[in-house]
Design a protein around this ligand. Structure first.
Ligand code: FAD
Length: 397
C-alpha cells in the first residue's frame, strides 16, 4: 500500500487555497491552517490576468469568473489633471486572441469564496495560528498558538507578507516602507452619474501618485485604488478606515471625475505599501514558501495574487511528480524563482515610471506611449506577453 504525501499549508489566502486545491486533485493529503476566526476576504478588487485564469481553468474553476467577474474592454491610461488619454490597449478580446485566456477583474470575496467552495470544509482549520516549526530527517512538525502540533512530510508557508514561516526559516526582517500611501474604496455605479466610469481598466497617472479603477461586478460595483507618495511611515493593514477628507486633500487638483468618484464612496481604507527584496532561497529541507511570503511585490503589474496562484499550482505538480518530497520542493523553487523575481523587480520599476515627479520623465514617457500606440495599437497588452503568455500548468517540470 502506498501512503499519500502529507502536506501542511499555513494560510488560506489565494496562494494557500490554490495550492490546497491543486495538491488534493493531485492525490496528496492536505491539511490547511488559517489564523483568522472566519473566512472572509476584504471588500476589494483584484485583477486576474490570463496567466492566473489559466491556473483556474486547469482546476476547472474558470467558469465561476464568467458568472461574477468583469472583463475590461480596454486598458486605458489618462493624465491625472486633464484626463487626456495617454494610451488605450484593447484587452477583452485581445487577451483571448493572444493568450488563449480572458482577463478578469473581480471582487476578492467572490473569488475567495469560489476557491474555498472547491475544497471540502475540513481542509482548512480556522483560528489556528502557527507559531513555529521543527523538522528532522523524516518529517516536519508545525506548532500552533493553542499548543497543538501537526506532523507532515512537507510544510508550506502561504502566510503572506508578514510570514511567520519565512521568519522562522530565514530570520526576521522587517518589510520596507516604499514611500507610497494607498487608499482604496468601492462605489455602487448607481451612486455615480451614468457613464462616468467606462467598462475599462483606467489608470490615471500623475506626479507623485496614480489612481486605478475598474468594475468588479459588471455594471454595478466599481473598485478604486489611489496611490500617493508620502514620506511618513504608516500601518499597512488593509482594513484601517481612512479619512475621506484627507484623501480628497491628497488629490486636490486631480480630474473632477475622480473626485466625484471619491466623494460618492461611503467608506475608504488607507494603508502603506511595503516592499521586500528578492530572497536568496525559499526552501530549507521540508519547508518552503509561496506567494507573498516568498516574494511580496508592489501592485503596479497587478500580479502578486497571480504569482501566488501559479506557485500553488506548480508546487502541487512538483510534489506529485516524484517520490522524494525534498527534491519536489527544490524543483518547485527552481521553476518559480526566476519568474516571480522578475515580476517583483519589474513592478518596482513600473512604480517609478507611473508616478514620476519629473516633468521631463513624464513628457518622455507620454511621448513614448503615443509613438508606441501609433506603431502598435495593442502594444501594452503585447508587451506583457512574458507575463500573460505564461502557462504554469504546462511548463515542463
Ligand atoms: P495572503 O493573501 O496575504 O494570505 C495569507 C494568509 O495567511 C492570510 O489569510 C493570513 O491570515 C494567514 N496567516 C498569516 N500568518 C499566519 C499564521 N501564523 N498562521 C496561520 N495563518 C496565517 N495581485 C493580483 O494578482 N492582482 C491585483 O490586481 C492585485 N492588486 C493589488 C492591489 C494592492 C493595493 C495590493 C497591496 C496588492 C495587490 N495584489 C494584486 C497582490 C495580492 O493581493 C497578493 O499578492 C496576494 O493576495 C497574496 O496572496 P497570498 O496567498 O500569498 O497571501
Amino acid at each position: 500500500m502506498t501512503t499519500k504525501l502529507r502536506v501542511t499549508i499555513i494560510g488560506a489566502g489565494l496562494g494557500g487555497l490554490v495550492a490546497a486545491i491543486a495538491a488534493k486533485r493531485a492525490g496528496l493529503e492536505v491539511r490547511g491552517f488559517e489564523q483568522a476566526r472566519a473566512f472572509g476576504e476584504v471588500g476589494a478588487g483584484i485583477q486576474l490576468g490570463p496567466n492566473a485564469v489559466k491556473v483556474l481553468r486547469a482546476l476547472d474553476l474558470e467558469h465561476g469568473l464568467f458568472e461574477f467577474g468583469a472583463q475590461p474592454r480596454n486598458h486605458v491610461a489618462r493624465s491625472w489633471k486633464s484626463g487626456r488619454e495617454l494610451f488605450r490597449s484593447p484587452t477583452r478580446d485581445a487577451c483571448v486572441e493572444q493568450f488563449g485566456s480572458p482577463f478578469f477583474q473581480v471582487q476578492r470575496s467572490d473569488l475567495h469564496e469560489h476557491l474555498r467552495s472547491a475544497l471540502p470544509d475540513d481542509t482548512f482549520l480556522l483560528n489556528k495560528q502557527m507559531t513555529g516549526f521543527t523538522q528532522n530527517r523524516d518529517s516536519v512538525v508545525a506548532h500552533f498558538r493553542d499548543g497543538t502540533e501537526v506532523e507532515s512530510d512537507v510544510l508550506v508557508g502561504a502566510d503572506g507578507i508578514h510570514s511567520t514561516v519565512r521568519n522562522e526559516l530565514l530570520g526576521a526582517e522587517k518589510p520596507r516602507y516604499t514611500g507610497v500611501i494607498c487608499w482604496r474604496g468601492q462605489v455602487e455605479a448607481s451612486r455615480l452619474p451614468p457613464d462616468l466610469i467606462p467598462p475599462d481598466s483606467l489608470n490615471w497617472m500623475g506626479p507623485g501618485g496614480c489612481v486605478v479603477h475598474y468594475f468588479v461586478r459588471p455594471g454595478r460595483l466599481v473598485n478604486w485604488i489611489a496611490h500617493r507618495q508620502v514620506d511618513v511611515w504608516a500601518d499597512e493593514s488593509w482594513s484601517k478606515p481612512g479619512d475621506k477628507q484627507e484623501l480628497m486633500d491628497a488629490f486636490t487638483g486631480w480630474h473632477p471625475s475622480l473626485l466625484r468618484m471619491f466623494e460618492a464612496t461611503e467608506t475608504c481604507f488607507k494603508w502603506a505599501l511595503l516592499d521586500r527584496d528578492p530572497l536568496p532561497t525559499w526552501t530549507k529541507d521540508r519547508v518552503t514558501l509561496l506567494g507573498d511570503s516568498a516574494h511580496p511585490m508592489l501592485p503596479f503589474f497587478a500580479q502578486g495574487g497571480a504569482m501566488a496562484m501559479e506557485d500553488g499550482y506548480v508546487l502541487a505538480r512538483a510534489l506529485a511528480s516524484g517520490a522524494d518530497p525534498i527534491a519536489g520542493l527544490h524543483a518547485y523553487e527552481a521553476l518559480r524563482k526566476e519568474r516571480s523575481t522578475r515580476v517583483q523587480l519589474s513592478s518596482r520599476a513600473r512604480a517609478d515610471s507611473i508616478q514620476t515627479t519629473s516633468l521631463l520623465a513624464r513628457v518622455r514617457r507620454d511621448v513614448g506611449f503615443k509613438v508606441d500606440q501609433w506603431l502598435r495599437p495593442a502594444g501594452a497588452i503585447r508587451r506583457a506577453d512574458w507575463i500573460y503568455g505564461y502557462d504554469a500548468t504546462a511548463v515542463p517540470l
